[in-house]
Design a protein around this ligand. Structure first.
Ligand SMILES: Cc1cn([C@H]2C[C@H](O)[C@@H](COP(=O)(O)OP(=O)(O)O[C@H]3O[C@H](C)C(=O)[C@H](O)[C@H]3O)O2)c(=O)[nH]c1=O
Length: 186
């Protein structure tokens, strides 16, 4: 397991090993003990999500759930290719409003750990792209929130993305009354 930090403290890039043979490969996509042995202890996951976006340039985000249903997410790409983004929206954080993005693909097997307190979004870079991700809290529709994809200064490298109505009508980051508070790590 390759573990890399990012410019956003707490957001990690995790790349599991792939064991290749004549059939293809085998990979442990999630192993709590492997990460703990490397000093990384993530919260418990309670829900797995899976979405497929048929069209290149489909953009889902920027989303969050308010406490007590705030979600940490461990994100990977099951098929195709996407650009995945986390945005820090924890009040008082030194990196508030800052974003980090990386390409996740079936080919690179890379995963992004996004703690609670960050917005999450992605744009697809191939047709029929599938994203699968583990969440640390259950879905709660009433706690669901969205921030406009083009209000953060993210370099999505996409024009006129395919959006849901919710995402098209989302509030700009400047108007967000963030429900998250930054807590200095011990
Ligand atoms: C998120 C979610 C949605 N749904 C239902 C609600 C709707 O009937 C349908 C589509 O939901 P939505 O349009 O919110 O799906 P996305 O636009 O992919 O939203 C997700 O995309 C970004 C990138 C995320 O990180 C979140 O997990 C989530 O906000 O699935 C559920 O039943 N359970 C769920 O956990």
């Amino acid at each position: 397991m390759q573990i890399e930090t990012t410019p956003l403290p707490g957001v990690l890039l995790l790349t599991p090993a792939r064991h290749g043979d004549a059939r293809g490969f085998f990979s442990e996509s999630w192993n709590r003990r492997t990460l703990a042995d490397a000093g990384v202890v993530l919260p418990e996951f309670v829900q797995d999500n899976h979405s497929m976006s048929a069209q290149t340039g489909t953009l889902r985000g920027l989303h969050y759930q308010s406490p007590p249903f705030a979600q940490g997410k461990l994100v990977r790409c099951g098929r195709g290719r996407l650009f995945d983004v986390a945005v820090d929206v924890r009040m008082g954080s030194p990196t508030y409003g800052q974003w980090f993005g990386t390409e996740l693909s079936f080919e690179n097997g890379r995963q992004l750990w996004i703690p609670a307190g960050f917005l999450h979004g992605f744009v697809t870079r191939e047709p029929d792209t599938e994203i699968v991700y583990k969440c640390t809290a259950h879905y709660d529709r009433a706690s669901d929130g969205a921030v406009a994809w083009d209000s953060v200064g993210i370099d999505w490298d996409v024009t006129d993305p395919l959006l849901s109505d919710k995402d098209r009508d989302a509030q700009p980051l400047a108007e967000l009354k963030s429900p998250f508070v930054f807590e200095e790590q011990a």
